[in-house]
Design a protein around this ligand. Structure first.
Ligand code: 26V
Length: 810
């Protein structure tokens, strides 16, 4: 671990493995050489961890997820091993800065947003808690697209993140599994005269696992993330090749490899793609086969006792097909009877829901399902028949209820309801924040809650404090540890010890200095990306997250236009200088979201070019927002925008990252905001907007025009937008977006919350002007963020759902 040894390995890998002579930090190779150096040092711990899990022979959990938004791994690994200083020293001997090398690592962007990043934070906390949890996902060749902004429009570019190699992974081709698609079902009698089911004439694809090490924080534990890559069972068809059909000869290979080619961007409206269903089955089948194989290998070829030794956590419905696939494997491949197999499924599977938006609930057309997975459809029909029997015994004659609860949606084109399959096949169903879990019980899953109230529970999300405070905000971490020690890194509740310092003028000054330095660093990054130079003395008002109507970036823009208007008309003298930063990706097919990006860019351009705004108001769209961007952004934010329509954001996790780093939230009573407010108290939170119940009752005769007409500020904002002021030479480009919040059928009720949002923003200004008050609020936000650590979240999952014994490797 010492600097000399690190230097020696580093030069070895750089010169011998990568064959490079000149030291450069603008290529990934020095960073990759350091990865190899560090991976070597993880290897022994990784083996020891696996041996410890095997010896303990305890229960294990598998986190099945279509997304793991890991971001960069090197800084986190150095930090977990405690070798940051030695590595920095080693590089220093070469005259290279560690930060430059860390910046050259590509993000592993194998996820869309909150759901994928949550999975990554969970892995970090499980390793740190010593819990035997393995992540199972897909090794997409192309991750989340890269976003370029051209003339204010989003342009998507592929993310070839594997191009120079991904030195963290270890290919384990000896553990490859065969995944069978299509074909037809057959029924036959086995040698004992029992009826059995099987498949014939399937199209087979290989699933090859690649393992990524997940180090715990200074505890000797290294867990595993296993990512599956698709490959053809045969390289190519030699017969066709010899017959001269060269392209046809590789067709099957291409079709197979397509399965793990690209991550689907999350668009509610673009569901139903067959390739996506293929991906889901590929993940579920490969992972389950892997687990069954491993279990039998370690238990003399038998599956006896399986239900006591494994459990599966489904990250949303994306892997829910595992319910049917596990039935198939246990019955068709391992000879179990229905009741025994179903008993195992229902005592090992747990489901987490991540969205309340009805349009985001997955369903698959029955004909597509039948063609691709004929045997699984039979099994789902059988699960459904038995389930509906149970319902009709409980509610005799209630046919409406049977239709509502059926796993098959019979209204229109028949579709399989994946969320219902997940609920019926699980022993636990959880939401991701208190409010969200309540709304699931009372709304979306009400019928199921009436049937099985004990299945339903809440597990409020969190974020890992290693990445999201300690490693990304080293200045703040040093300040905090200097005052209260560093126990908070694994016991985040200890940040409470900062509360008594909230009014200490000296501590406030140090706190403020850290924030300012972080803002300077972010301003440099933004200058490099956009050419726009932000003044770090301004209030940094930040909204970064996927672009979606329910998240209401539009409301944020309405406030920006209102500030611009106030300053222009000479009524803005009381406004403290503010920089509005908005970032996020729009799904490629989501036209309105792309329009919102264009609007942000156009408003920003007008503001930044108006001399009257100089020193008072700036605005920027942050391009290509991703995990490593957030590591620079959240330490530098003063104000955290969490302004979704109440009842729409399941939890949010960006809100937690900002809070931990001392930003103050302006937010609605939605998702985990409710719990953030409760933790920090209403004097340290800028609350606004209608509640879930109010939104529901307003909707009955919603009239956005009434809000606009009754409010002179709002009228002026709409007037400016409609005058074409922000699209002088692009007539009409903003029409759809400007029309959206004025439409009486606007589901997001943006206009209804305009006035209370503006008022809350003016309360922000008043607080900001009183530096001591702001610092106090900022410190208290950090101090009260303890419960939003994924260490707490994982402890809750373990106490109530998984019941795993932590392991300490020797
Ligand atoms: C849906 C789809 C449908 C089409 C294909 C690709 C795709 C990918 C993802 C999704 C669902 C996304 C659901 C989601 O990300 N939910 C977020 O989960 C976070 C973690 O629990 C939570 O903090 C956010 O509030 C919630 O929006």
């Amino acid at each position: 671990m010492d600097a000399d040894a690190i230097l020696s390995d580093l030069t070895h890998y750089y010169t011998r493995m990568y064959g490079r002579r000149t030291l450069r930090t603008d290529t990934p190779f020095l960073s990759q050489a350091l990865v190899h150096t560090i991976r070597d040092r993880l290897m022994e711990r990784w083996n020891r961890t696996n041996i410890a899990f095997e010896r303990a022979d305890g229960r294990r959990a598998c986190y099945l997820s279509m997304e793991f938004l890991m971001g960069r791994l090197l800084n986190n690994a150095l930090y977990s091993l405690g070798s940051t200083d030695e590595s920095s020293h080693a590089l220093g001997l070469l005259g290279v800065e560690l930060e430059k090398v860390l910046d050259a690592e590509r993000d592993a962007g194998l996820g869309n947003g909150g759901l994928g990043r949550l999975a990554a934070c969970f892995l970090d906390s499980c390793a740190t808690l010593g819990l035997p949890v393995r992540g199972y996902g897909i090794r997409y060749h192309y991750g989340m697209f890269r976003q370029r902004i051209v003339n204010g429009f989003q342009i998507e570019e592929p993310d070839p993140w594997l191009r120079e190699g991904f030195p963290w992974e270890i290919e384990r081709s000896e553990l490859a599994r065969t995944i069978r698609f299509g074909g037809r079902t057959v029924t036959f009698r086995d040698e004992h005269g029992r009826t059995r089911h099987g498949l014939e004439d399937t199209h087979d694809v290989l699933a090859i696992p690649f393992d990524v090490p997940i180090p715990g924080y200074r505890n000797g534990v290294v867990n595993t993330l296993r990512l599956w890559s698709a490959a053809a069972t045969d390289e190519f068809d030699l017969e066709e090749f010899n017959a001269g059909s060269y392209t046809e000869a590789v067709e099957a290979k291409n079709e197979a490899e397509n399965i793990s080619m690209v991550l689907y961007p999350n668009t509610a409206t673009e569901s139903g793609h067959e390739l996506r269903l293929r991906q889901q089955y590929f993940l579920a089948s490969a992972s389950l086969q892997d687990i069954l194989h491993d279990y039998r290998y370690r238990h003399g070829g038998s599956l006896a006792g399986l239900e006591d030794k494994v459990c599966f956590q489904l990250n949303d419905t994306h892997p829910a097909i595992a319910v049917a696939e596990l039935m198939r494997l246990l019955m068709d491949e391992h000879g179990m009877e229905w009741d025994q197999a179903w008993g195992i499924v229902r005592s090992t599977t747990a489901y987490t829901n991540h969205t309340l938006l009805p349009e985001a609930l997955e369903t698959w057309p029955v004909p597509m399902f039948e063609k691709l997975l004929p045997r699984l459809l039979e099994i789902i029909y059988e699960i459904n028949a038995r389930f509906l029997d149970e319902v009709s015994i409980r509610w005799p004659g209630d046919n409406a209820r049977l239709a509502r609860m059926s796993l098959i949606d019979e209204g229109g084109e028949r579709r399989v309801r994946m969320a219902y399959l997940a609920i019926v096949g699980s022993y636990s169903v959880n939401g991701v924040a208190e409010l969200h879990s309540r709304l699931l019980r009372e709304g979306l899953f009400r019928d199921f809650y009436e049937l099985w109230p004990d299945k339903f529970n809440n597990k409020t999300n969190g974020v890992t404090p290693r990445r999201w405070l300690a490693a990304c905000n080293t200045r703040l971490a040093a300040l905090v540890s200097g005052k209260i020690g560093d126990g908070w890194v694994t016991k985040l509740d200890q940040l409470e010890a900062l509360a008594p310092l909230a009014d200490d003028a000296g501590f406030q000054a140090s706190w403020r200095a850290v924030k300012l330095a972080n803002k300077q660093r972010l301003a440099e990054d933004i200058k490099r990306r956009t050419g726009i130079e932000l003044d770090p003395a301004m209030l940094f008002d930040v909204q970064v997250k996927r672009i979606h109507e329910y998240k209401r970036q539009l409301l944020n823009v309405l406030h920006a236009v209102h500030m611009y208007d106030l300053i222009r008309r000479g009524d803005g003298d009381e406004l403290p200088p503010r920089a509005i930063i908005i970032g996020g990706k729009a799904a490629p097919g989501y036209v309105m979201a792309k329009g919102i990006i264009k609007l942000i860019g156009n408003v920003a351009r007008v503001i930044n070019n108006d001399p009257a705004m100089a020193g008072r108001l700036q605005m920027v769209f942050y391009p290509d927002y991703n995990v490593s961007a957030m590591e620079k952004i959240c330490p530098a934010a003063d104000l955290s925008e969490q302004i979704s329509t109440a009842g729409k954001e399941a939890s949010g996790t960006g809100n937690m990252k900002f809070m931990m780093n001392g930003a103050i939230t302006i937010g609605t009573l939605d998702g985990a905001n409710v719990e953030i407010l409760e933790a920090v108290g209403d004097e340290n939170f800028f609350l606004f907007g209608h509640t879930v119940e109010e939104v529901a009752s307003l909707r009955e005769n919603y009239d956005p025009g009434a809000y606009i007409n009754a409010d002179e500020d709002f009228r002026r904002v709409v007037g400016l937008l409609e005058s074409g002021h922000f699209c002088r030479f692009e007539v009409g480009v903003l029409d759809a977006v400007i029309g959206a919040f004025q439409d009486p059928s606007d589901p997001w009720m943006t206009a209804a919350d305009f006035r209370s949002f503006i008022d809350a923003q003016r309360r922000v200004d008043e607080a900001w002007k009183d530096t001591a008050r702001w610092d106090r609020m900022s410190i208290l936000n950090s101090a009260c963020s303890g419960r939003f650590s994924t260490d707490r979240t994982m402890q809750d999952y373990n106490d109530d759902i998984w019941r795993l014994e932590p392991v300490e490797p020797g």
